[in-house]
Design a protein around this ligand. Sequence first.
Ligand code: IMP
Length: 428
Amino acid sequence: MKGRAQVIIGAQWGDEGKGRVVDFLGKNVDIFARYQGGANAGHTVIVEGSKYVFHLLPSGMLYPCKVCIIGNGVVIDPEQLIYELRMLQDQGKDRARLVVSGAAHVVMPYHKLLDQAHENFRGRGKKIGTTGRGIGPCYVDKYNRMGIRMEDLLDPDLLREKLSSNLDLKNLQLTRIFNIEPMAFDEVYKKALEWGKILEPYIADASLILNEALNSGKNVLFEGAQGTLLDVDHGTYPFVTSSNPVSAGACIGMGVAPTIIDSVTGVVKAYSTRVGSGPFPTEDEGEIGEYLREKGGEYGATTGRPRRCGWLDLVALSYAVRLNGMDNIALTKLDVLTGLEEIKVCTGYMLNDEVLGSFPTNVNLLEKVTPLFKTMKGWTEDLGACRKFEDLPEAARNYIEFIEEATRVSIGLIGVGPQREETIIREI
Ligand code: IMP
């Protein structure tokens, strides 16, 4: 009998608390699979009082006897991966077995230089605000059919050939376009060979392993990085990342068929945040934004940048429900709203005196919309001890039910505090 294939995605601009939800659901999962993005992500998990931030490793690494897979759709910075693995090994916490797809692309040192150089080139007001981790340039090489894949690190001759033709071009770009020092072939080649030696035990045919495991009854959880509105096709382009965080990305990025997916859970933060540039209709640049940032600890897990904050946006969320085919929602950080007299939630957008029927995919329009807010009553009671929906204050229950009505998706999990156990489960 086939095992259960569950996809967890971010429904906003990333940082919804996916790592925490994945970790909570992990008990019934045999395999954790990451399918896109790279070290631009930052998954924070708090277990037994200790905080772990993973950029590349799937959040399931802290579970004993599980398998964690990094799929072909991920772009891997081997230095970062080795660092995260060693950190866990040093603490005796490398409890899961790791598999890395041989077809995943390698983020090379020149990708990081080019990422930063491109950002500087874009100039004021045009910057995307990337994490500088080389993500865009690595995906460019992948689609330009010149990228280096993890399996190439295991073949010194092929690696020499591929790296040499790559570096010839990259050094021209670095020196002639961006006025940056070129990279020495020998140094990069030596490093890449070392990465291959260290990571060889993990590199395998991830799609085959995953499909066989599913067919033998193992339960798989696909964990998306970033969020729907950062999707390169469906997000607020060009202020997006270079991969597909939407649920369909799981199939391409892991080598599984769409027909095997059983459910999609969208992780939604009880308010909105965004790092980097781009339109954000419900952003609050005043007191409320500051309150959410400080109370919610809204600083980037990867870059430490303060996140832009604002109210929950149901227009954007309904768009994310449609794109991902969400079966249910996991609502995180509800406790951050505690203490606010009033809570606003965006129920529509106005553009040129008209109410828009759906989320505009054109950022030039999105930049011009005015959000329409419904104001709801807040609550002051501490939520940390609530374990059932009925334990929540009435105002909090109303807020949740309002989101469910607007999106027509039920909220099966509610985060009421940062610890694993500070969670209400309804159905998921
Ligand atoms: P890149 O993915 O580094 O190219 O950055 C592109 C955009 O995606 C920037 O606005 C980043 O701030 C944003 N971004 C990338 N990864 C994350 C994430 O994990 N959480 C939130 N925003 C992200």
